[in-house]
Design a protein around this ligand. Structure first.
Ligand code: CU
Length: 508
């Protein structure tokens, strides 16, 4: 059985209590405590629709709208996030918080989801990592209907596969850093198959995030994990135009709190933690560690890895998830956070405090070790051999001062016409050639990839939905075309996606 915060459990209401309270205001007031009770490391939990437990159905609605009765309701509206007592960010979130509540959904159990949009722009919720049809996946490009401003729409969702997924807006921000992915519209979805062994004492959902974005001319790039050791991919001709505007931030958090603010994660010696990490940034890849401890990586992008590894730190591209187990065997007061000092000290961290310990929180730099996906794979877990090949080449066209860089896939920015046509049932080998000066977290909707190689180093059996393709490097993945319908393939850095770095795969 999965654990959760007993304090939050106590604030949950039974459905009959909700009905007895009557009226919307009462329901919101009653749920308000649970939904706002997020602490660092202990996010508000949403009851699991369709679950085996006697959990309530949340009923949120807005004045003049009566969408009640859905199994799950997501209300998109302005929120304020108190990163620390002196620093409050105004943004847009789900159900009154940013990140939104952790949603626990039962694998394979169809639910209705009401999305209420209390903002002035069309919105859509993408269910990242799920294998679901285009009408609910959450991408206007695939044909998912958007939710109009001050309106609502009901979707049918069959969650799956089991594991750590997430939900976020797929609306565009373009030149407005207060819209789309730049807002606080993101949260965890944990898809539960009822087979969790539960051999841990605490389960934590930790989303890494940045806030208060701004455009910058010269950005110190930390996206690639170390210098490339070999240049595999180069542009055919070097474009020497000056770089354009990049999106930057200097305000960070884990969940809704900056390092040192909010409650610490309280542990006891001998406990075992299960930590679900999500890099919910829209601009940067991140490396994270818990000082004084090692982390055992058991899942990536929600899928168990063939070869778990005990590591000093983990690296998450934008949109990636990593599940780790941590043995609490080093009493003290420690910092878990970004290994980059400036990013950690500007908020991307949380204090981990053993019972009976009260010294100043300690940070220790973990040993440097380049991130290598291939160590998590296993030849024994290899999928079927591919039948056909797809080649992709990524290029960047620098725009010059004050403008936005453009990205191209196979010589064209989005949209493409009929370049990428899949045949149902065919196993494909997709090669991604990154001929740019940045690492890109590439994501494919509605399908899962098996990683075959990174920079020609082979692996097998590692199942992911997002892969960081190293700068001047190459990634090769296999997948089976088993989800008919339009399928978006894109870089998960918001600005890159919006300025060309996207393609639609279609089925013949
Ligand atoms: Cu990118």
């Amino acid at each position: 059985m999965l654990t959760s915060d007993p304090q939050l459990e106590a604030t949950r209401l039974k459905r009959r209590d909700l009905i007895r309270l009557g009226g919307l205001a009462a329901a919101q007031a009653a749920f308000g405590k649970a939904l706002f009770a997020g602490q660092s490391g202990q996010q508000p939990l949403m009851p699991m629709p369709g679950g085996a437990q006697d959990t309530p159905t949340p009923l949120f609605a807005a004045p003049g709208q009566q969408p009640g009765g859905a199994d799950l309701t997501l209300r998109i509206a302005p929120v304020q996030v108190e990163l620390d007592p002196g620093h409050i960010v105004s943004t847009i979130g789900y159900n009154g918080t940013a990140p939104g509540p952790v949603l626990r959904l039962r694998e394979g159990k169809t639910i209705s989801v009401d999305v209420i949009n209390n903002t002035d722009t069309p919105e859509v919720v993408h269910w990242h990592g799920m294998l679901i049809p285009t009408d609910v996946d959450g991408s206007a490009e695939e044909g998912t209907p958007m939710v109009d401003p001050h309106s609502h729409r009901r979707y049918q969702l069959t969650p799956g596969p089991a594991g750590s997924r997430w939900y976020h807006t797929h609306a565009m921000g373009m030149d407005d850093l207060h819209k789309g992915g730049y807002t606080g519209q993101f949260g965890f979805v944990y898809v539960d198959n009822g087979q969790d062994p539960g051999s841990y004492d605490q389960e934590l959902f930790l989303a890494l995030r940045d806030w208060e974005y701004y455009f910058a001319m010269n950005m110190v790039d930390t996206d690639d994990d170390g210098e490339p050791t070999n240049i595999l991919e180069k542009p055919t001709h070097i474009n020497t135009a000056p770089n354009g505007l990049e999106v930057n931030s200097s305000t960070y958090s884990i969940n809704d709190k900056a390092l040192g603010s909010g409650e610490p994660i309280r542990v006891r010696a001998g406990q075992r933690l299960l930590v679900h990490f999500l890099n919910a940034s829209v601009i940067e890849n991140r490396r994270i560690a818990l000082a004084g401890h090692k982390m055992r990586v058991i899942s990536m992008d929600g899928n168990p890895v063939p070869t778990p590894q005990l590591l000093d730190s983990v690296f998450l591209g934008v949109a990636e998830r990593i599940d780790v187990e941590i043995e609490m065997n080093h009493p003290g007061v420690w910092i878990m956070g970004a290994t980059d000092k400036a990013i950690r000290e500007n908020g991307c961290g949380v204090i981990v405090e053993y019972a009976g310990q009260s010294k100043n929180p300690q940070w220790i730099d973990p040993p440097a070790a380049p991130w290598d996906y291939t160590i998590f794979g296993s030849a024994a877990a290899a999928g079927p051999e591919p039948q056909e090949q797809i080649e992709t080449i990524f290029e960047k066209i620098p725009s010059g001062a004050g403008k936005f860089n453009l990205f191209q896939i196979n010589g064209k920015p989005y949209p493409h016409d009929n370049e990428f046509v899949l045949k149902e049932g065919v196993r494909y080998r997709l090669t991604m050639r990154n001929r740019t000066d940045d690492a890109h977290p590439m994501h494919m909707h509605r399908h899962q990839w098996e990683l075959k190689s990174i920079n020609d180093k082979p692996t097998a059996g590692l199942i992911k939905d997002t892969i960081v393709v190293p700068r001047a490097g190459r990634a090769v993945v296999d997948f089976t075309a088993n989800q008919p319908g339009l399928t978006l393939f894109h870089c998960h850095m918001q600005q890159h996606m919006e300025y060309g770095f996207m393609a639609l795969f279609r089925y013949a």
